[in-house]
Design a protein around this ligand. Structure first.
Ligand code: FAD
Length: 290
């Protein structure tokens, strides 16, 4: 049972996102375990409340009006390596960096491409996060989740219809991920740790210092990237209010200080229109609007 005294009201969401934008959540309940998540979702379903599970806020843009319902920041963060079965079961609030680093230290590969993606396991799986031509869904064995009716079920990865940076969940199927089982395999610890470090250094050089949601639009293909199309359209540095196309990486919309969600959305629409006009390509959003 959810202890109602732990539900806060009117909590500003901006600090819980990487881009530092968003109005208040009407209700806000921090889940410290999978049981807490189940209780919170059941509470919302019973009260007919809209609800949203929040990972690290790396891929989300909350509106300036906030969220009229229950936001559930997910802090359920333990994992269990099964050496014999060559897999690891992680709770959905596990943060990728410490998790994948721990696997690397113990000499297990499979998730190293995703170590430096700012996100939780749940957020990364819901959005099929990826890097270097790899997507996290490739390593999934099964997912335990709460379905839209509140039932806890386990399904293998086919159920989630993963595609490049999307899944059935991202397309609107209301599943709340509790645990994910990933396949892993032995590899040299030094090699894995070096790979993670090199990727981190590369990201530091490439990514803007300002707050952002990461890549805003999906690439058209590995060769035709959204960043290149936006840069070639002459949009680097273009601003709406305090939202700006990063001059370091054109596929990042950055918050240069007190930008609103409205600024970001107007800028994103402008970018998509200009790119369409100049190249004929339709840019599809990677960031989730709430
Ligand atoms: C600087 C920077 C660099 C980035 N680089 C990359 C990159 O290289 N590759 C990449 O793919 N992405 C990248 N991103 C985007 C982001 O980090 C990833 O999409 C990440 O997986 C988001 O995870 P999260 O936990 O922060 O999700 P959130 O932003 O918290 O949530 C995103 C969506 O997932 C849903 N969700 C979260 N948890 C669950 C759950 N348990 N069950 C069901 N749904 C859930 C939320 O409700 C929301 O709709 C980057 C972002 C930043 C800021």
């Amino acid at each position: 049972m959810l202890d109602q005294k732990n539900i806060k009201t009117n909590v500003p969401l901006a600090p819980y996102t990487y881009i530092k934008i968003g109005g208040p959540a009407k209700y806000f309940y921090v889940a410290n375990s999978s049981d807490d998540i189940v209780d919170a979702v059941n509470y919302a379903l019973n009260d007919n409340l809209n609800y949203l599970i929040l990972g690290l806020g790396g891929n989300i843009l909350f509106s300036d009006e906030g969220f009229d319902g229950l936001v559930i920041p997910n802090r359920a963060s333990s994992w269990q390596i099964n050496e014999e079965e060559k897999n690891v079961v992680a709770q959905s609030g596990v943060i990728l960096k410490p998790f994948v680093t721990d696997l690397a230290i113990k000499g297990f590969a499979g998730l190293e491409f995703f170590a430096n993606i700012p996100g939780s396991v749940g957020g990364a799986v819901a959005g099929n996060a990826g890097a270097y031509g790899h997507s996290i869904s490739e390593e999934i064995s099964w997912v335990k989740f709460i379905d839209p009716e509140g039932e806890i079920i386990t399904e293998n990865k086919d159920y989630f219809e993963f595609e490049y940076r999307t899944s059935r969940i991202k397309k609107g199927y209301r599943a709340t991920i509790l645990e994910v089982c990933f396949d892993i395999y032995p590899k040299s610890s030094e090699e894995l740790l070096r790979q993670i470090e090199e990727d981190e250094a590369l990201r530091k050089g490439k990514h803007p210092e300002y707050p952002s949601c990461g890549s805003f639009f999906k690439n058209i293909s590995r060769e035709i990237t959204a960043g290149k199309l936006i840069e070639d359209a002459g949009l680097k540095g273009f601003k709406v209010g305090n939202a700006m196309v990063s001059d370091k990486h054109a596929n990042f919309i950055v918050n240069t200080g007190n930008a609103t969600a409205k600024d970001v959305k107007e800028l994103a629409d402008h970018i998509a229109n200009v790119v369409k006009e100049k190249t004929g390509y339709d840019l599809e959003r990677e960031v989730v609007y709430v």
